[in-house]
Design a protein around this ligand. Structure first.
Ligand SMILES: [Zn+2]
Length: 269
């Protein structure tokens, strides 16, 4: 996961004014939605917020405005979120992007459908995994790429390898010791809710194969240096938060024997 900068040039309240005057069904809703959005900002997008209860016609208008990304409502910035050059998905760390995520889902919370603090670039697999589950009733608040930027700047994903079985197992972890218990609970819940395990496993296998190819002709005593160099290149290329970097950090955390057990089968493949 990674912090993400807000598009400060976006004027959400101007958009709201244009929508509530442009769509007949939304006439008279400006004050209610403005109040709800201010509450959203004060509470950092808490899923415990109560939806304002818009009618299905009003919901349809806001969803249509979101899907259309219309310039006349000042929404042409939304499609551009998909192509932002930020390297990895802010919600899960996948190295692909391509969709836009509603931090508070747009079905239960149509009032926040087009607001900039509720929209973040995302990959399709974690977007689908989360669906509309992130609402009132979940035990932990998901990490928000803007509201939680201080915490996210400290967070480093680390893939943890277990070589005690015949086939190496691995799972996504992070630098736990730098966080207090409450933060650890939140981060763990976020990982559980957002990370598509299939996509993560596939990406890790690809990274392991690439690393194995890099170390294949080198003396084993040089493997760590090769991996460290590869990690440094990734970090310089703005890929610090992705699963590739996470995999390399995990390899550097292992001892000599496990490292050999993880990479040698890949070299032989
Ligand atoms: Zn993702």
């Amino acid at each position: 996961m990674r912090p993400f900068s807000h598009a400060h040039t976006v004027d959400d309240l101007k958009t709201l004014l244009l929508l509530t005057t442009g769509y007949n069904f939304l006439h008279g809703t400006y004050d209610t939605i403005e109040k709800a959005y201010k509450n959203f900002l004060i509470n950092s997008g808490s899923p415990q917020l109560v939806a304002v209860g818009l009618s299905s016609d009003q919901k349809d208008c806001l969803h249509a405005a979101y899907e259309g990304g219309a310039k006349k409502y000042g929404l042409n910035w939304i499609p551009k979120l998909r192509d932002l050059p930020i390297g990895s998905c802010p919600m899960c760390g996948n190295l692909t992007l391509g969709t836009v995520e509603h931090y508070l889902p747009k079905t239960p919370f149509p009032e926040f459908s087009v607001f900039s603090w509720n929209l973040v670039p995302s990959c399709s697999s974690c977007n689908q995994k989360r669906g509309s589950k992130h609402v009132n009733g979940i035990s932990q608040k998901l990490l928000h790429p803007i509201f939680d930027s201080v915490l996210l700047h400290k967070l480093r994903l680390v893939t943890r390898f277990n070589t005690s079985d015949a086939v190496t197992q691995f799972k996504l972890g992070y630098n736990e010791s730098e966080f207090d218990i409450a933060e650890q609970c939140r981060i763990s819940a976020h990982i559980k809710m957002c990370i598509d395990q299939r996509a993560f496993k596939l990406a890790t296998k690809v990274q392991l194969s690439m690393t194995a190819a890099r170390v294949a002709n080198k003396d084993e005593c040089l493997w760590r240096t090769v991996i460290q160099d590869e990690l440094s290149i990734m970090e310089a290329a703005n890929l610090t938060y992705g699963w590739g970097a996470s995999c390399l950090r995990g390899l550097l955390e292992t001892n000599h024997m496990p490292l050999n057990m993880i990479l040698t089968p890949k070299i032989l493949e």
